[in-house]
Structure formats: C-alpha cells, structure tokens
Design a protein around this ligand. Structure first.
Ligand code: SF4
Ligand code: SF4
Length: 341
C-alpha cells in the first residue's frame, strides 16, 4: 500500500470529525525524556516516532451542576468517548498507511502503573498530560492537571503513537497557572487536601506543583479498584460464614456492581472540585454563571503569610460523594496504589 502524505492540518480535520476539540504533536523522544522510566511511551512500542495528543472539552452544564453522581457518570462517558475517538484516529492513520497505537486512558497496566495514574479527576494518564504540555496544548497546574487556554482543566486528554514522523509543536511560552501564592483555589477546595496548601514565599510553580495521588484517589475513585480490592479482602478474610455473608450483602457490593456495569470510566471521575474552581480558561466566565459555582469558596482564598512561608486556608467543598466507602481496620496496604511519579 502506498502511504498517503499526511500533515497536521489533515490530522486536525480528522480529530474534529471525531468530536475532539484540539490536537498537537510531540515526539516519542521528547516525551521519553520528560517522563519517569515506567511511564515512557517507548515501553509500549519501540518503533513509534510521534505522539499525537488530543483534547476534548467538557460540558459547561456538567460544571454548572451540583448533583455529584450525575457529574461523576457523565465525566466518565466523555472519557469513554475520548478513548473511542482515539481508536478512530488510529484507524485513520492506519488506513493512510502508517502504524498507530492509541494510548487508552483506562487501560491500566497494573505491573507498571496503577489507578493513581488517572488522578486527578480521570482527566487522562500522566503520559498524555505531559505529552499535551510538550505539544503546546496547555501547561500543568498546581494540581498536575492539564490547564488549557480554552477550557482550563475542564477537559480530557488522550494520545495516539504513530510511526509517522511529524513536525512537533512548540510548548506554550508561559505557565497558565499563577500558582499557590497568587491563586491556590484548587488547594483551598480539595476535599482530601491532596494539593499543596503551603510553600516557601516566592517559590516557583515548578518547585511546588504536586498531587498526593493516593489521597486524590479516595475522592475521585470512591468505588474504584482500590475499594474493590479492600472490600473483597475484608470479606474473604473473615472466619465466620455469617460475617462473610454480611460483607457480601453490604451496600458497598452494590456500589461496586454499579461502577463495573454502568459507570465504568466514571469509576475515576467522582470528584471534580479542583477543576470547577480553576479560573484558567476562556470558559471560566460562563462556568461562573452557575449559582452552584458562585457558592464555591464564598470568601475567596485567604492566604496567611509569615516566617518566609505562604499558606492557603483550607475551606473544602460544598458537597462530595454521598456515602464514601467504609474504611475497615486490619486490611493490608495496597502497595500498587503507591504514586508512580
Ligand atoms: S479536588 Fe478532587 S480531583 Fe482535585 S485533587 Fe482534590 S480530590 Fe483530586
Ligand atoms: S486553581 Fe489556581 S492554583 Fe489551582 S491549578 Fe487553577 S490556576 Fe493553578
């Protein structure tokens, strides 16, 4: 088969046809250099040359809404649509004669990665988010989310590797996130205090940017893989058959069934608080029209300064997942939930 000559204009047109909203390109070499060894794209395939990164904006209606399960469910559906669109884009490249490999957001390799790779909010894998930064689609915020000029962090990101050599895009010249000292809204609202609340005065964003991935997973994945493992462990460890039956009939089993059969990708998107309050993005003024969003952080963010430090006063969210999974004593540590980055 003779290979079609492709360029980024062609790829962007195909991406639009698949309901993806932005596309950029970086190289496998650049992305390898920016990631820790287990997350490098060359571990997936040694023959790919370019990384095509795509972004899909969320619905303003989701950011406006207050019903947590609805927001949780539909964020998961958008994530599924992104994964489907990555497959369509890879098929376009293959039809044009170029090998392509979609890097699915939800396909976790438990030997090398774990569900913390999808924190915060299930926006996309760390690989895809860093690729998006290199491809000029945005920059990483204080909470390690991809912030874009159009949707701030209220978007989802995915990637396709291809053997096709494409001209890489340039990263943005400046950070979009002003950092903890000048903003800190995400840190003030995070229910798990997973985002830095304190920093030395004047420290750069690069020095402070961080996410406690395991803490974030408690809120974003309340009935995700970790809860499944803990619930099964708790049930199987019981000596008494009556106690095993009691745990099997616990409502946690029903919640887990709902996640597996209905929510699926939504198992990673239960908390969206940090994204909703982030002022970056052309959509933010519209987001703020919602009375629910205006009620976030009603007094703004209070910064305390002293002894060379700046601290954001934690406020927390207005509401969160209605019935968090119960913590049971005596469960073994989930070492596969340790952060990978
Ligand atoms: S606000 Fe929610 S999604 Fe964001 S970092 Fe905190 S727990 Fe994770
Ligand atoms: S809320 Fe503020 S500090 Fe947090 S990521 Fe957005 S711009 Fe950065």
């Amino acid at each position: 088969m003779s290979a079609t000559v492709l360029d980024k204009a062609w790829l962007r047109a195909r991406a639009r046809a698949h309901n993806l909203h932005a596309l950029g390109v970086t190289t496998v070499e650049q992305l390898d250099a920016a990631l820790p060894p287990p997350l490098r794209p060359s571990t997936l395939s040694s023959t790919m040359r370019s990384v095509v990164v795509v972004v899909r904006g969320g619905y303003r209606g989701l950011a406006w809404a207050r019903h947590v399960p609805t927001k949780h469910f539909w964020a998961g559906r958008i994530l599924k649509e992104v994964d489907d669109a990555l497959g369509d884009l890879a098929a376009d490249l293959e039809r044009a004669g170029h090998a392509a490999l979609p890097v699915l957001a939800m396909a976790l390799d438990y030997a090398a990665r774990n569900p913390t790779d999808l924190t915060p909010l299930g926006q996309g894998t760390y690989l895809a988010r860093v690729a998006a930064v290199l491809a000029g689609l945005g920059t990483l915020g204080l909470n390690e989310m991809l912030l874009t000029p159009q949707w701030g962090p209220r978007c989802f990101v995915g990637a396709v590797l291809t053997e096709l050599e494409l001209e890489p895009d340039a990263p943005l010249a400046t950070e979009l996130c002003p950092g903890l000292e000048a903003c800190g809204r995400c840190a003030a609202i995070c229910p798990e205090q997973a985002i830095p609340l304190r920093q030395p005065a004047g420290a750069s964003l690069a020095e402070v940017r961080h996410l406690d991935c395991v803490a974030c997973a408690r809120a974003t994945q309340p009935y995700g893989p970790a809860t499944m493992a803990r619930h099964l462990t708790a049930a199987l460890d019981r000596d008494s058959p009556d106690e095993r039956w009691r745990l099997a009939k616990d409502l946690t089993t029903g919640e887990l069934w709902q996640q597996v059969t209905m929510h699926k990708e939504g198992a990673f998107t239960a908390c969206q608080e940090c994204a909703q309050v982030c002022p970056v993005g052309a959509d933010y003024a519209a987001i703020q029209r919602s009375p629910h969003r205006q009620a976030d952080l009603p007094d703004g963010v209070q910064h305390r300064r002293g002894d060379g430090w700046v601290e954001v006063q934690w406020v927390g969210p207005q509401w969160r997942w209605p019935s968090p999974a119960p913590e049971r004593e005596g469960l073994p540590p989930l070492t596969w939930m340790q952060p990978q980055r």
